[in-house]
Design a protein around this ligand. Sequence first.
Ligand code: SAH
Length: 486
Amino acid sequence: MSSPPATPQLFPLFADLKGRRVLVVGAGSIARRKIDALLGAGARVAVGSPALEPSVAALVDAGRIEHYPGRFDPNWLNDAWLVVAATDSPITNRAVATAAEARRVWANVVDDAELSSVQVPSRVERGPLQIAISSGGGAPMLARHLREQLETQLDESLGDLTELLRTQRRRIRQRLPDIAARRAFFERLLAGPVPGLLRRGNHAEAERAFEKTLSEGAGTTAGRVALVGAGPGDPGLLTLRGLRVLNEADVILHDRLVSTEVLALARRDAELIEVGKQVGGDHHATQSRIHALLVEHARAGKRVVRLKGGDPFVFGRGGEELETLHAHGIDFEVVPGITAAVACAAYAGVPLTHREHAQSVRFVTALGRDGSDPIDWPALARERQTLAFYMGVSGLDRLRDNLVAHGRDPATPFALVENGTRAEQRVVTGTLAELPEAAAAHAIRAPALLILGEVAGSAATLHWFGPRPLRLEDAPATGTSIAQAA
Ligand code: SAH
């Protein structure tokens, strides 16, 4: 047994102030905020103060609150359940606290834990759902920090979920009088489609799904899959929604391209399965294995996250995976990610469009991997557009030759971004004419993204992340092997 703490802990309570009288002493901007919160909780508010801030005076004029003019008088506390002292006079605040103590009225003195018999916690609110955080007045900054973290993690739709459960509470108890069965039902309900439907604002559908789950009682859980874009590597570029589903996942199927920093954000006990495609491996076999794993884990009732580098719908085969899920009747959602072209451009200081030089951007890939040539070279060679090539490290000489042969200016600038947004990011810049040589001279490897177009020239001046961009002439003159990665 551990010994009791030196100072006893505060006892948390949620007070029902509806129709109850609360006195606020002071009428400045802090008092105003307290008055608003108290009115929001349905309290009958009286404010005691010699002078009133205009917005507080307006409330008095509108008959929404009462006013006791003049200096603090302990008789103001008659009939009060609670008093909030929010004056800028420590003497008055103390007088309020002392008078309240003598009359057994709970008192909160703003920013003074010692004088307060009750403290107002930091709060996270989602509709009727409230999370209150207190450090006992000892570390309010820490409480605030935690509050901010919770704000990012808890979806807004939790309020709707709370409301739905509140209205259905009696029916749930009638249907499942046994507590263990009820617990199993809630697990199933929360892991099932209802929270996701509420998040999408689909209330009618959510109610139907709720009814279905309730009719099944304690039965078995239906799994679901979230197809999530992990972004290019920097974990700060994951979306808030992506972070939330990662936090809830039981199983995470991820590509090799997903950074370890992003994976570190997953729930500790989540099962991580790497399903990355090996270079030169059998892509078809890999993809069927992914489909099989997705279906297997979802059928087992798991919350599955399929985590892909960048955005799942940009050269990510996300569409094929969703078709498989759809065919098997498995519920899914898609969380977009920041795609490599957008991220690498930003982190290399290259605006993808420009009012004068580039009116369009193309995302291009699969440069004739099997010898066939599906590329529309004349279209790509057109001026005044930016090209972003994915998987653009091998075959750079062929790329250059074709673009130049079809009329693109050999002096067109490029920026080749290796490991974009990661700590190891490198950027090579130059002109189309020298592209393959520059990439080889600096031994650029996958993952790398090639940006070609007039806009790429700005990397020289607008770069802000990682080391300065490299040029062909920066490479050691001899002894560099021509290294090319897939
Ligand atoms: N779905 C991903 C793209 C997958 S294709 C997305 O939206 O970004 C894989 C290619 O993306 C790589 O060969 C490379 O060209 C590019 N890529 C992905 N992450 C990258 C990064 N951090 N830096 C540079 N290129 C990247």
